[in-house]
Design a protein around this ligand. Structure first.
Ligand SMILES: [Zn+2]
Length: 293
């Protein structure tokens, strides 16, 4: 999902960017209906004529979650799944899962569209004709804010911000060629008071054997992180992934943990397991990740 409206409003204010919600944003989405568990952020231009305003069109068609108008105002259009990504390459999802920055366009990499992107991306449509219209400083600031607020809220690195043309060879947007990631990184640091660094980018790519599995888990919303596939999983991460896989309630998860503990042979250090299970079940980190009250 997008960051909540109050988070976006506070973030935009902190970054000095005007912000407004479009009425109905909380329930707006577009077909095809389905899952929405974003893992990255996508940049677009609207290809609208100079001097026009595509907000009405973007709203009517639920084209994207966010919109930047020509005056540099950021709008929250839709909180749900929208149609901006279309089909693209699963190799880009694998790059995102592995923490590999995506720098080349899909056409230049010879990537083939093999995956629907609707579930995976929060996106911003930026009003620009795409054929030479300059991007004003205000428009760039609002675009950077859109990406940074989303990344900060999800805990994403700026490497999770990609252009539509990097997702699919069918597209050329956005026409802005500048690398916005340094500015987005600075804005994330500003938003988080430099307290919390974004997830680090892994230096090593995921091993080949893991890529299909990582892409599958990403596609089913079971993992959203970028981790070295050879690194041991922690108890918290495992329970979080199991929870996502089974969509169980926290009470069910606690019952399952208790049953598992009861089934352990008495020779094992049961108190240690119970302590870990209790910690996992009551962890504020876990509860926050699972969006539980
Ligand atoms: Zn696009």
């Amino acid at each position: 999902m997008t960051a909540p409206a109050d988070v976006m409003r506070a973030g935009a204010a902190k970054l000095g960017v005007p912000f407004e919600t479009v009425p109905g944003f909380a329930t707006r989405n577009s077909n095809p209906a389905g899952a929405f568990h974003p893992v990255a952020f996508m940049l677009h231009h609207t290809a609208s004529p100079r001097g026009s305003d595509a907000r009405g069109y973007v709203t009517r068609t639920a084209a994207s979650q966010l919109f930047v108008d020509r005056a540099g105002k950021l709008w929250l259009v839709a909180s749900g799944r929208t149609r901006h990504p279309g089909r693209g390459s699963s190799r880009v999802l694998a790059d995102i899962a592995a923490g590999r920055p995506v720098v080349e366009d899909a056409a230049d990499r010879g990537l083939v569209d093999d995956t629907d992107g609707y579930a995976f991306f929060v996106g911003v449509e930026v009003d620009n004709d795409g054929v030479g219209e300059p991007y004003s400083a205000e428009v760039v600031s609002a675009t950077v804010a859109a990406a940074a607020i989303t990344c900060a809220w999800h805990g994403w690195s700026p490497d999770r911000v990609i252009h539509h043309r990097q997702w699919t060879r069918r597209k050329v947007d956005m026409s802005l060629r500048d690398d916005l990631r340094p500015a987005i990184a600075a804005a994330i640091a500003e938003l988080t008071d430099h307290q919390e660094a974004p997830m680090s980018t892994l230096a090593d790519p995921q091993p080949a054997w893991a890529q299909d599995a990582v892409t599958w888990a990403l596609g089913h919303g079971i993992t959203t992180g970028s981790r070295d596939a050879d690194a041991p999983v922690t108890a918290r991460e495992l329970v979080t992934m199991m929870y996502r896989a089974h969509k169980v309630t926290l009470a069910d998860a606690q019952d399952a943990v208790r049953s598992a503990v009861d089934a352990l042979p008495p020779t094992l250090a049961r108190t240690d397991v119970e302590r870990i299970a209790t910690e996992v079940a009551t962890s504020t980190v876990l509860r926050a990740r699972l969006a539980l009250p």
